[in-house]
Design a protein around this ligand. Structure first.
Ligand SMILES: Nc1ncnc2c1ncn2[C@@H]1O[C@H](COP(=O)(O)OP(=O)(O)OP(=O)(O)O)[C@@H](O)[C@H]1O
Ligand SMILES: [Mg+2]
Length: 335
């Protein structure tokens, strides 16, 4: 659905050249919810804004739904852009217009017949759960409601793609969750491809199927979300994932424990729990769970639990070797 080839964006600022996007190649398939993560200044917004030519690339190609955008005339680009919706961190609503008027504005701009507009506005507001707020002004809405208007407006002209630049960063966790749910629903219902930028891996974990990690204008790692979470290659990727998967054991526990402390990894659909108890029983080793964390990523479990193993030294070693063989892996935290 979206193909970026050798995409480069440079800005000239106070006589200096800044390369915000550096030779990026990226393929986003139809129906993907594609996440782009990176720290501030990595070039995420620049990359996203090149996808609808809000920023004109310095070099490279931007192909959306089979159309090379950089080759289009002004008028052709205007039409192509109607099929690329966008939502923003600060919503960018027209404050002097009501909710219904904000949505109608995009329909009018796209040349929709006047008599068809009210019906379509109603349909859209229903979809985002704001039918009862049609006559409210943006100032009378909560942040989450404003973003719902943003979404209704962005999808008004049945776009192929929805670009989201930190669309939930200004919202509290609960509201974020409800907006992510709405995006997921729209993705399914309308088979809409969604690209979303975020600095929170939590958001990626929640709704994306693929993710790219960006640093200094480049994509340093890219892949399926489960694969990236379970086996990150780059230290930057690991930093992001740690924010979701991190845990710490109190020092006191590590010091006072007389047994062997191991971390047993969970992956995909492996029935680790049964395996663990079988192994411990067969080796006559006792296991005491100290900590555990399981995240569900696209409905597949990913996580670990930390156990203290006690018993004869040889038996404990045998149990660790067996566990390592039969589970997704064991890390000895304290021998
Ligand atoms: N219009 C501009 N003129 C000059 N430099 C710019 C412009 N827009 C962005 N930059 C620079 O390009 C680099 C990438 O910026 P960009 O906004 O794409 O990063 P980002 O990853 O979206 O960051 P954030 O998470 O803070 O939004 C930064 O060094 C920024 O200062
Ligand atoms: Mg940005």
């Amino acid at each position: 659905m979206i193909e970026l080839i050798g995409l480069t964006k440079q800005y000239r600022s106070r006589g200096k050249m800044i390369t915000a996007v550096d030779e990026v190649n990226l393929h986003i398939a139809k129906g993907d919810i594609y996440g782009i993560v990176g720290y501030s200044g990595a070039g995420k917004s620049s990359l996203l804004r090149c996808m609808n030519l809000l920023e004109k690339p310095t070099r490279g190609e931007v192909v959306v739904n089979g159309v090379e955008l950089t080759k289009l005339s002004k008028e052709e680009l205007r039409l192509s852009r109607q099929k690329i919706g966008m939502i923003f961190q600060h919503f960018n609503l027209i404050t002097s217009k009501t909710v219904a008027e904000n949505v109608a504005f995009n329909l009018k701009a796209a040349g929709k017949k006047k008599e068809d507009i009210p019906g379509r506005v109603k349909e859209l507001l229903d979809l985002v759960g704001l039918l009862d707020k049609a006559d409210y002004y943006p100032a009378q809405l909560s942040g989450g409601q404003k973003q719902r208007v943003g979404i209704a407006r962005a999808i008004a002209n049945d776009p192929h793609v929805l670009l989201c630049d930190e669309a939930t960063s200004a919202l509290d966790p609960k509201t974020t969750e409800s907006i992510l749910e709405l995006l997921k629903e729209i993705n399914k219902k309308l088979n809409l491809t969604i690209v979303l930028i975020t600095h929170e891996m939590e958001v990626v974990k929640e709704i994306c199927n693929r993710v790219a990690v960006m640093e200094s204008g480049r994509i340093v790692e890219e892949g399926g979300v489960y694969q990236i979470f379970s086996d990150p290659k780059e230290s930057l990727t690991r930093d992001f994932i740690d924010k979701v998967m991190q845990f710490s054991l109190p020092d006191r526990l590590m010091k006072s424990s007389s047994g062997t402390i191991v971390k047993i990894l969970f992956r995909e659909a492996k029935a680790e729990e049964a395996v663990v108890s079988d192994v411990l029983q067969s080796c006559q080793v006792k296991g005491n769970i100290l900590h555990g964390k399981i995240e569900y990523i696209q409905d597949a479990p990913l996580g670990f639990f930390v156990m203290e193993l006690t018993g004869e030294r040889e038996e404990v070693d045998k149990a660790v070797a067996l566990l390592d063989e039969k589970t997704a892996g064991v890390e000895v935290m304290k021998p």
